[in-house]
Ligand binder design. Structure first.
Ligand code: ATP
Length: 211
């Protein structure tokens, strides 16, 4: 089974990394592919360019076996839609279950994603929740796909919805960029190798870049 974790990663931090590791271990995934987005359709444009965000991901995961930085969105022109990314992964891995990781906030507006129903044609969706999380009533589309049985994720290639509780680290890239712009230390919120890279490339120095 292959985990798929997309994000802006502007920069990558321990919130992302810890979440990826916990889902990998809980669901026994052979690999987790972290996929930096080129042109995120749903939000403001990133501050660090795509190559730099990719390099920071590579630095952050260099000692973690099973974690891979997947640059397919950076190599594609135009907007990067998750459904296209999953279609491309499905071509590369025709016989592996794919598991798309998303945060609870993202799940709450999943129905605004481009061709969101088709995500389930290519992958299972794993929503990373806080441990006390209580799911409100799901829409029918989700209810029929929802499973609490992990083994169902291994026996089919795609189409299920699964909630995985993970430790919540209240870290955001926005807060990190803000700290750096205000000349405070972001240490212990993200790997030292990434901090060194940020310093070396003088990223996120301006307050106007923090939001
Ligand atoms: P920004 O603050 O710039 O919006 P971010 O820190 O939220 O960035 P993204 O790159 O937008 O990071 O996030 C990619 C994915 O990682 C999303 O699915 C998001 O829900 C998840 N994520 C972000 N921060 C955390 C965290 N602290 N713990 C678990 N998951 C997280």
């Amino acid at each position: 089974m292959i985990g798929v974790f997309g994000g802006t990663f502007d920069p990558i931090h321990y919130g992302h990394l810890r979440a990826a590791l916990e889902v990998q271990e809980q669901l026994n995934l052979t690999e987790v592919r972290l996929i930096p987005s080129a042109t995120p359709p749903h939000r403001h444009q990133p501050f660090a360019d795509a190559i730099m965000r990719q390099q920071m991901v590579t630095l952050a995961i260099q000692n973690q076996s099973g974690f891979i930085c997947d640059s397919r969105e950076l190599n594609r022109l135009g907007k990067s839609y998750m459904v296209d990314t999953l279609a491309s992964l499905r071509q590369d891995f025709p016989t592996h279950p794919l598991l798309l990781f998303i945060g609870t906030d993202a799940f709450n507006h999943l129905t605004s994603w481009y061709q969101w129903q088709r995500l389930f044609d290519f992958a299972h969706v794993v929503v990373m929740t806080r441990p006390s999380f209580n799911q409100q009533k799901l829409e029918d589309f989700f209810t029929v796909r929802h499973t609490e049985n992990k083994t169902e994720l291994t026996t089919t290639l795609a189409g299920k919805l699964y909630f995985q509780a993970i430790t919540q680290l209240d870290i955001s890239a926005t807060a990190i960029r803000k700290l750096i712009a205000q000349h405070h230390s972001p240490k212990y919120l993200l790997p030292d190798t990434v901090i060194d890279y940020i310093i070396q490339h003088t990223l996120y120095q301006q307050e106007t870049h923090a939001h």
